[in-house]
Design a protein around this ligand. Sequence first.
Ligand code: GLN
Length: 388
Amino acid sequence: MPTIANRVAGFSTTIFTEINELALQYGALNLGQGRPDFDGPPDVIQALIDGLRNPTVNQYPPGAGALSLRKAISDHTARFYGMDVDPQKGVLVTAGATEAVFSSILGIVDRGDEVILIEPYFDSYLPNLAFIGATPVYVPLHPPNWTFDPDELRRAFTPKTRAILLNTPQNPTGRVFSRDELTLIADLCKEHDVIVISDEVYEHLVFDQAQHIPIASLPGMFERTLTVSSLGKTFSVTGWKIGWLYGHPSLVEGASRAHQFVTFSANHPAQIAAAYALSLPGTYYEEFQSMYTVKRDLLMKALTNAGLKARQPEGTYFIMADFSDIFDGDDIEFARYLTTEIGVACIPPTFFYSHEHAHMASTQARFAFCKSDEMLQQVGERLGKLTR
Ligand code: GLN
């Protein structure tokens, strides 16, 4: 008896789970999955505990999300980006950003439509397209600076293109797309009448002079963009799985219809705490960025000292590093070697590529720095064992 549908037969366990298991088995310092090893802010945790004391909060919220959270998302968008989002019809709360991206695709894209993926892309996007029978069209980012070739981008747009999936700040490269890059994407979307699904979960994780620009804030783009974000990265509570999307009500409508039958609603008490978290003053966000700047610098130093060519990320909590000066082999071999022999786990970026382009990052490794400063220092010591 076949027990697995064709739809999922080709899927293996995600690389994050695989590396977590390997890291555990070998006692490696785990810089694989982007999973903070420190807790979220105590007052945000307290807001969740307080939420649990309210009996109505222990029952279903409105499917679109608790109104207090939808209002907080609308206020947050106005505060940081000057965009006017309707909390009633322009926001949808989901079970994490992963569901927000999937519900957006379900609500917008039809079987046979083409969807542009900027490669490397986050690992759930491609299975999401496969579920509905949409066709991915790839536009690679070229190392070492991870920029796209404008002509390659232009060529990806065809009469069948329905949407482009964007991720900025970008996992795994750490790129924050510039206004010029976003403007080119926006112009092509307007020219070809294409919708943008923009995954911006690292919106507050930007460093130095980098500025996160939601593509929805560019002229003429609000009407054709669904913006996705979440609580997990910004408040170090990835386990709460509270995400959302916002945009023009006509676009949110499709995603909302899908969401009703994917999860119906997301965890209610965590939504109440999320509304509290989003209303924290600017100092929270500034301290958050300073904390991560220290961590980024620690890991940059550790990787560079060990002979890897690490690219300083403008955003996210990931560093991509080229190991070809110190290791002969591909990224999967390197990740296995580093985890089992050196005791530092990382993610091979091959899993962020289509099969045909998997070789493009075969000398790269992705390291997460959402870890204690002590661990990042220890990583430096362990990487000292690498020999050139
Ligand atoms: N976003 C996390 C990362 O890239 C992983 C989330 C997951 O495991 N699906 O590390």
